[in-house]
Ligand binder design. Structure first.
Ligand code: PLP
Length: 393
C-alpha cells in the first residue's frame, strides 16, 4: 500500500514511543545487569538494588513512599488487582462496589467479574463533560459499600476528576478508594495523600516507557488479595520474577516526566489549543468533548458532524496521520464508545468522533500540517456524504 513519507503521531494516549534515554538503561539491564532480584549473589543483589531504586521516581510523582509501589504488567493488571484484590479481601465487610459510567474497560470488566462473584456493582453517571460529581458518589453509598473506583483522567475525552473531594468523603467513612491514574500519571499532578486514595493504577507505556509494565500504589496498611501466587515477589502482592528491564525503564521514564511535566504540559496545551483553533476556524459543525478546563494537556476529542469516524481515521492514516476513534481497546469494534454514549452523545455522534492525543514527539509544524489534512479530509467526506452544515440552513 502506498504510504506517505511524513508520519505524524497524534495517538499518545494509546501509547508513546520509548524515550531513548529509557532504552539505554533497559539495554544495560538486559545485556549486563541481567540478574534475578531474588538471587543472593552479586548479580542478584545488583538487580535487587535497581528494582528498589526504580520505585523512588515513581513514588515521587505520586507523593507516595517507595514501599507503597508494587510493579505489575501494566494498567490493566493494576486495575484488576485493585478491584478484585480489594473486594475479595474485604468481602466480609460488605458487597457493594461503585464505579463510574466512564471507566476504562479494565475497570469495567473487573467490576463485571466481581458481579459474577456475587458483588453488587453500582455505576455512577458522569455528567456531559465527563465529570463524576462527589455528591453523586455520596448518594450511591450504602452500608454495604466497601470500594469505590473512579478514574483520575479519562482516556477518551481527557476530563480530570476531582479525586481529592471524593477521596476525602470516602476516607471519613472508612470506604476503600481506587483511582485509575493511567492517563494522568506523569502528565498532571497527582498527590495520593491529598487525594486520600488507597489504591492507584499507573502504566509505563503512556509516559515514554516500555509496554507491559506498570505499577499499583497500595497505601501502607491497605491489604489486597493477590491475583498471582508463587514466589512472593512484590510483598506477596504480585508473585513472579520481576520484569527488571521494563521496571528500570519505567523508573527512568518517571524520572524524566518529573523533570519536564509542568513545562511539557504547558507546551502541549498550547499546541492542542492551536490545533483546535485551526479546526474551529475552518470547519463548521464540530464539537469538543470533555471538560473545557479540567482536562489533560494533550487530549482533543472532537465530534465531526456528518462524518463517519472510521472513514476519517483511514483517510488520515493514508496521509500519515495517526489518531484514534475512541480508546485503543475499543477501536476496530463496530460498537460506539461507551464513554461517549455515557456523556450523552448519540450513536451517530459517537461514530463521528476522533481523539487526537498530542505528546513529546509533536512539534508545531506537525500540528499545522495535521490541521490542514484533517480539514481537507472532513470536507471531502462531508461532500461525499452530501452533508450540509447546519449554518447553510
Ligand atoms: N486505564 C486507562 C485509563 C487507560 O487509558 C489504559 C490504557 O489505555 C489502561 C487502564 C490499561 O493500561 P495498560 O495498557 O498498561 O494495560
Amino acid at each position: 500500500m502506498f504510504e506517505t513519507e511524513r508520519r505524524i503521531y497524534l495517538d499518545h494516549s494509546a501509547t508513546t514511543p520509548v524515550d531513548e534515554r529509557v532504552v539505554v538503561i533497559m539495554n544495560e539491564f538486559m545485556l549486563e545487569k541481567f540478574g534475578n532480584p531474588s538471587s543472593s549473589h552479586s548479580f542478584g543483589r545488583e538487580a535487587k538494588a535497581a528494582l528498589e531504586n526504580a520505585r523512588e521516581p515513581i513514588a515521587a510523582l505520586l507523593n507516595a513512599a517507595p514501599e507503597e509501589i508494587f510493579f505489575t504488567s501494566g494498567g490493566t493488571e493494576s486495575d484488576n488487582l485493585a478491584l478484585l484484590g480489594y473486594a475479595l479481601k474485604h468481602r466480609d465487610k460488605g458487597n457493594q462496589v461503585i464505579i463510574s459510567s466512564v471507566e476504562h474497560p479494565a475497570v469495567r470488566a473487573a467490576a463485571e467479574e466481581l458481579a459474577r462473584s456475587g458483588f453488587q456493582i453500582t455505576r455512577v453517571k458522569a455528567d456531559a463533560q465527563g465529570l463524576v460529581a462527589p455528591e453523586a458518589i455520596n448518594e450511591a453509598l450504602t452500608p454495604q459499600t466497601i470500594l469505590v473506583s473512579i478514574m483520575h483522567a479519562n482516556n477518551e475525552i481527557g476530563t480530570i476528576n476531582d479525586i481529592g473531594t471524593i477521596g476525602r468523603l470516602l476516607r471519613e467513612r472508612g470506604i476503600g478508594f481506587h483511582t485509575d491514574a493511567v492517563q494522568s500519571f506523569g502528565k498532571a499532578p497527582i498527590d495520593v495523600q491529598e487525594m486520600a486514595v488507597d489504591l492507584a493504577s499507573i502504566s509505563s507505556h503512556k509516559i515514554y516507557g516500555p509496554k507491559g509494565v506498570g505499577a499499583i500504589y497500595i497505601r501502607k496498611g491497605v491489604e489486597v488479595y493477590p491475583r498471582f501466587w508463587g514466589g512472593h515477589q512484590e510483598g506477596g502482592n504480585r508473585s513472579g520474577t520481576e520484569n527488571l528491564p521494563g521496571i528500570v525503564g519505567f523508573g527512568k521514564a518517571a524520572e524524566l516526566c518529573r523533570q519536564v511535566m509542568s513545562l511539557e504540559g504547558e507546551q502541549l496545551s498550547e499546541l492542542r489549543d492551536e490545533l483546535l483553533n485551526m479546526l474551529v476556524e475552518r470547519l463548521d459543525d464540530i464539537t469538543i468533548n470533555g471538560h473545557p478546563t479540567r482536562r489533560l494537556p494533550g487530549n482533543l476529542s472532537i465530534t465531526f458532524q456528518g462524518v463517519e469516524g472510521e472513514a476519517l481515521l483511514m483517510a488520515l492514516d493514508l496521509e500519515g496521520i495517526a489518531a484514534s476513534s475512541g480508546s485503543a481497546c475499543s477501536s476496530g469494534s463496530a460498537k460506539p464508545s461507551p464513554v461517549l454514549i455515557a456523556i450523552g452523545l448519540t450513536e451517530q455522534e459517537a461514530h463521528a468522533t476522533l481523539r487526537f492525543s498530542l505528546g513529546r514527539s509533536n512539534v508545531r509544524s506537525d500540528i499545522v500540517h495535521a490541521a490542514k489534512v484533517i480539514i481537507d479530509a472532513v470536507n471531502r467526506l462531508r461532500a461525499m456524504a452530501g452533508f450540509r452544515p447546519a449554518a447553510a440552513y
